[in-house]
Design a protein. Structure first.
Length: 277
């Protein structure tokens, strides 16, 4: 494993605290939604083991507690893990729930084991920490979708891009301060997906489908995440820009991009975010 990834765990440092000085309307003060953890019923022995793994770590409870402590919710939000039939994670508006599929955990575990040479110089628990970090980035992405729906957050442009921006912002301003590193495993994961996509080898119809998707391409997501981390902390984020091969021209704009992102998230989600104490 590259040494600079480990150094980055230390180099990022504490986040810049922010506060909300403007008083909230009475409506927001009366929001009483709760984040409620859940675990689905396993459909196989494999999924039982995967659910037992996340249940043992109280992961649904931790995600719900984080959400309850940091966000105002207009309505209750269920947060949990269950079988889905395919590796996925999503927010389901009809049920007001965020679901992380056991098949997705299996997919991540398999990918990390396949890339074990990347972690060869590190103790075995690092792979578990990497898995946890990726799950947190994915959760924060889906949480953004939930907040936009539940709290009627006004946005412009593609919601998926806003969700990515929220995920990296929350990773830097919240999760990092809890002693967990999420954005580095997240960037690694998107870079891995980008490498496996091999766009130049895809048939035209599949390429057109991917380019038409509401999500940015996986490589773009890795580049964006690295840019925003670098924009927040150039000294610590430089290693990430090298890892994803971010162009120097883009890197020069990253600090400005992060300032805009930071202002935009705090403005759009002002009624939702509780101040950092």
């Amino acid at each position: 494993m590259h040494r600079w990834f480990i150094a980055l765990l230390i180099a990022i440092g504490a986040s810049n605290a922010w506060s909300q000085s403007a008083p909230l309307p009475l409506e927001q003060l009366l929001w009483s939604g709760k984040a409620i953890p859940f675990y689905g019923t396993p459909s196989s022995e494999e999924s039982r083991q995967l659910l037992a793994l996340v249940r043992e770590g109280n992961l649904a409870e931790r995600m719900a507690s984080f959400t309850q402590g940091r966000m105002r919710l207009r309505h209750n939000l269920a947060v949990g893990f269950q079988d889905c039939g395919s590796p996925n994670a999503f927010y389901k508006p009809a049920n007001r729930e965020i679901v992380i599929c056991t098949e997705f955990i299996k997919h991540l575990t398999g990918l990390l084991i396949e890339r074990k040479a990347f972690f060869a110089e590190q103790p075995p628990e690092v792979i578990g920490q990497w898995l946890l970090g990726i799950l947190w980035v994915v959760y924060l992405h889906e949480l953004s979708h939930a907040l936009i729906d539940l709290n009627q957050v006004a946005i412009t442009g593609r919601e998926e891009d806003v969700a990515d921006q929220f995920a990296i912002w929350a990773s830097l301003n919240y999760i990092n301060d809890l002693g967990m590193l999420a954005f580095v495993p997240g960037i690694w994961y998107f870079q891995e997906l980008a490498t496996s996509q091999r766009l130049k080898d895809l048939p035209p119809e599949m390429l057109a489908h991917m380019l038409s998707d509401e999500h940015s391409l996986q490589g773009q997501r890795a580049l964006n995440f690295a840019c925003w981390v670098y924009g927040r902390n150039p000294e610590a984020g430089r290693a990430l820009t090298r890892f994803v091969a971010l162009s120097e021209a883009r890197a020069q704009r990253c600090e400005s991009e992060y300032r805009s992102l930071n202002y935009g998230i705090q403005s759009q989600f002002r009624k939702t975010l509780k101040p950092i104490r």
